[in-house]
Design a binder for this molecule. Structure first.
Ligand SMILES: [Zn+2]
Length: 141
């Protein structure tokens, strides 16, 4: 059995492309691992308190942090200050957004960010930019 990652339709093994979505089908193993991952993220989003671990100064930094934590399997919320600030004055003082993760992932996430800062001190990694942008488009719905 093969599956479409987009519409979740089932297909015979000899079919390689979803007729509706026109994208490549994936194996049942891949499909179930994706489903499991999404379920875990949904569960952790629903049952846990998110805590801010870092202030991003701009959208670029927020994207970079989110992509790195996503890769490590940690659910991330980017909470813009303009959404939460009571008063415009504080927006300029505090940066652009809070990066929030579930409380249980906090220590792990902070460690990952520290390591990331050491590996890429303020320099964007050129080779990964295209990939991250493509991921970003798929996620935004
Ligand atoms: Zn489909």
């Amino acid at each position: 059995m093969k599956y479409c990652p987009e519409c979740e339709a089932e297909y015979r093994d000899d079919i390689t492309t979803c007729a509706d979505c026109e994208i490549p089908l994936i194996s049942s193993e891949e499909f179930s691992s994706i489903m499991k991952q999404e379920e875990q993220i949904r569960e952790s989003l629903g049952s846990q308190d998110f805590v801010p671990i870092k202030v991003a100064e701009n959208s670029f930094e927020a994207d970079r942090l989110k992509a790195t934590l996503d890769e490590a399997g940690i659910p991330v919320l980017v909470r813009l200050f303009e959404d939460t600030a009571y008063d415009g004055i504080y927006v300029a003082q505090q940066g652009w957004a809070h990066i929030e993760v579930p409380e249980s992932e906090k220590d792990k996430a902070i460690k990952i960010i520290e390591e990331m800062d050491l590996a890429f001190p303020d320099v964007p990694s050129a080779e990964e930019d295209e990939e991250e942008e493509a991921d970003e488009e798929e996620r935004s719905e």
